[in-house]
Design a binder for this molecule. Structure first.
Ligand SMILES: [Zn+2]
Length: 202
């Protein structure tokens, strides 16, 4: 998965997919983001395929204005559009987090924002929110309601004690239990499946 293209607080101002713009239903090929610090960073490593300013309105992609396209190691193309300034040039290698440019409003844009677009090897746009691991909705990223704290119940006490003793989980000092190593949902499901098999239930 990729990282967010901003280090600062980031707001989704327009999600991916169908949207209504000036009364007309339109397909949005990317997602619009506004980063508080204006510094646009590479979401994933790759090689800069394009870094240019388009002013010629007969060009099909003039809307992007000042933009950078990075060809990622995973075979996807990531577009960073409407920049005020570009800080990389074509052929340059970038790591995730490297500065690509400064957010702006060049091309077809009504205000400072980053149009972030992900395309697969067939040049088809894919859902950038899945790629970034965020929700496809307008609003501040990561500002959702915190998950309710797990309450201690007798049935889980024995398991928690066992897992703590064995270094699988630890307390963060604020009443939350954390996994010792970050664990993906896939790993968790694999673990549960193996456990069920061990118990003769799968
Ligand atoms: Zn956009």
């Amino acid at each position: 998965m990729a990282r967010l293209p901003f280090d600062s607080r980031t707001r989704v101002t327009s999600p991916y997919g169908w949207r209504v713009l000036n009364g007309a239903r339109q397909w949005h090929n990317g997602i619009d983001l506004v980063g508080e610090d204006y510094v646009i960073r590479a979401a994933a490593p790759g090689t800069v395929a394009v870094s240019q300013m388009i002013t010629d309105r007969t060009n099909a992609t003039w809307q992007w204005g000042n933009y950078v396209c990075v060809y990622g190691e995973d075979g996807r193309y990531i577009y960073y559009c409407h920049m005020a300034e570009r800080r990389v040039s074509a052929g340059q290698r970038v790591n995730a987090g490297d500065i690509l440019g400064i957010m702006g409003s060049t091309g077809y844009s009504t205000g400072d924002h980053l149009h972030f677009e992900v395309r697969d090897s067939r040049n088809q746009s894919v859902d950038p929110t899945a790629y970034l691991g965020i929700e496809n909705k307008v609003g501040e990223i990561g500002e959702d309601e915190p998950e309710p704290r797990e309450s201690n119940t007798a049935w889980s006490d024995e398991a928690v004690l066992w897992a703590t003793k064995n270094g699988i989980i630890y307390g963060d000092g604020a009443g939350n239990l954390m996994l010792d190593e970050p664990c993906t949902r896939r790993q968790m499901v694999t673990f549960l499946h193996r456990f069920a098999r061990l118990m003769g239930r799968a």
